[in-house]
Design a protein around this ligand. Structure first.
Ligand SMILES: Nc1nc2c(c(=O)[nH]1)N[C@H]1C(S)=C(S)[C@@H](COP(=O)(O)O)O[C@H]1N2
Ligand SMILES: [Mo]
Length: 424
């Protein structure tokens, strides 16, 4: 646990808000809350229908090597997110790092260095290289970079969008060790026709059908040649765990996490945009011409989501924290990041956005690292407070109060994060 903020927490980490109320407060603005005039469901459904089932509390993950405080969003495939308060470390420990699978989790390989990766397509020299050769042939680098699911923030959409209901916890920032994909691509030689990558992996489709990849995404060749796009085999100095794509995966920082293929077996260079599972229709795409929320949408009006939007989170205290009566000062910690960009500013509000105070923002260790921030708040009295955070990226885009630009699968949701604390 990171260092306490110099205040006394008198309650358990779940704080004063019990299961249902805590779930209802939502992690981003825009979700229904007890305070925003949301109509309680029982009232909304009056008129003879049976009372709706109480929303059940979060289901916690049980997985070897993983914190039991990760929240399961789906079991088949296995998807689990990290509550914001667990992202309080400068480098996200493996045990706290979110999990996102689309298919079946492959069995762990017994001989990592014998793992083979093929590079083919629009290249001068097709190769098949083992992980062992990759390690010895190229210069290894270590970089701390955010990996973020393309659907992070989806739970903030109204009406709800299809897919895993991530709050802000489909993200983490780890030290990745590997080689620049660009170094390997330079070696095999790209043909002038090289436009796009296509990534393939060893995980079986959920149905078990071996002829269908569970996910196969790709990126424009410019992003593949970004020196920070890497083929990695270690995470926080450990051999890459199987659940995170070990023995070897891609990290395409700043872009939707789905491009960062786990259990990497092949990269095919294509002369056009890739069309594998996860590339077409509404997958990892946002609307070009804004659409009516809840509508079906026309695939022709969609374009691929590349860089992720700006986001900030409060990592300490946790939502629902109880502070001792008379607490006059609260030290906050958080993180912020902005896809391909950097974060220029983080602001905090304790009065529902009426006024804002600037947080102290740290510099990233390297490009694509997150930026940690701190702030000291004055609390005018005891009582219930909400703390809101909003970040602004280096191009001036700021997190909105509410996620807009609705799209069927809910990408680009980056509403401000908020927590509630009770003083006394
Ligand atoms: N082979 C393979 N790679 C994959 C996926 C997958 O299902 N299969 N999921 C992708 C998605 S959607 C995300 S967000 C990240 C999640 O990586 P993690 O589970 O290590 O956090 O992996 C990506 N790479
Ligand atoms: Mo994802």
């Amino acid at each position: 646990m990171a260092q306490e903020a110099g205040i006394t927490f008198t309650a358990s980490r779940r704080g004063f808000l019990g299961g249902t109320a805590l779930a209802a407060i939502g992690a981003t603005l825009g979700s229904a809350t007890p305070l925003s005039g949301g109509i309680p469901q029982a009232h909304a459904q009056a008129g003879g229908t049976a009372a709706p089932a109480q929303p059940k509390g979060p289901q916690y993950l049980k997985f070897p090597g993983k914190s039991d405080r990760l929240v399961v969003l789906g079991e088949k495939p296995l998807v689990a997110e990290t509550p914001e308060s667990l992202l309080d470390d400068d480098t996200t420990p493996i045990e706290k790092f979110y999990i996102r699978n689309n298919g079946q989790i492959p069995e762990e390989t017994k001989d990592p260095d014998a793992w083979k990766i093929a590079i083919d397509g629009e290249v001068n020299k097709k190769i098949e290289i083992t992980l062992g050769e990759l390690k010895s042939k190229y210069k290894a680098v270590t970089r701390r970079m955010v990996l973020e699911c393309g659907g992070n923030g989806r739970a903030g959409f109204s009406p709800p969008a299809r897919g895993n209901q991530w709050t802000n916890g489909g993200a983490g920032c780890a030290e990745w060790t590997g080689v620049a994909l660009a170094d390997v691509l330079k070696d095999v030689g790209l043909k002038p026709s090289a436009k796009y990558t296509a990534h393939y992996a060893a995980d079986l489709h959920l149905s078990g059908d071996a002829s269908k990849p569970s996910l196969s995404r790709g990126v424009r060749i410019e992003k593949a040649l970004d020196p920070f796009t890497m083929i990695v085999w270690a995470m926080n100095g450990q051999p890459l765990p199987n659940i995170h794509g070990g023995p070897v995966r891609l990290i395409v920082p700043g872009w939707a996490g789905s491009a960062s293929q786990k259990w990497l077996t092949r990269i095919t260079i294509r002369d056009r945009e890739h069309d594998g599972p996860g590339m077409t229709e509404f997958s990892y795409r946002t609307a070009i011409k804004p659409m009516i929320p809840g509508d079906k949408g026309d695939p022709k009006n969609f374009r691929i989501l590349e860089s992720m939007p700006v986001r900030s989170i409060i990592t300490n205290p946790a939502n629902g924290a109880k502070l001792a009566a008379g607490t006059k000062e609260l030290k906050l910690r958080g993180a912020s990041w902005a896809g391909d960009l950097t974060v220029k500013q983080v602001d905090i509000s304790t009065d529902f956005g009426a006024s804002w105070q600037r947080a102290k923002l740290e510099k990233p260790k390297n490009k694509y690292d997150w930026q940690r921030w701190t702030a000291t708040l004055k609390l005018p009295s005891d009582g219930y407070f909400e703390i809101w955070t909003r970040a602004t990226d280096s191009k001036g885009a700021m997190q909105p109060h509410q996620s807009g630009f609705w799209n069927p699968q809910g990408y680009g949701g980056n509403a401000m994060h908020r927590i509630a604390v009770l003083v006394g």
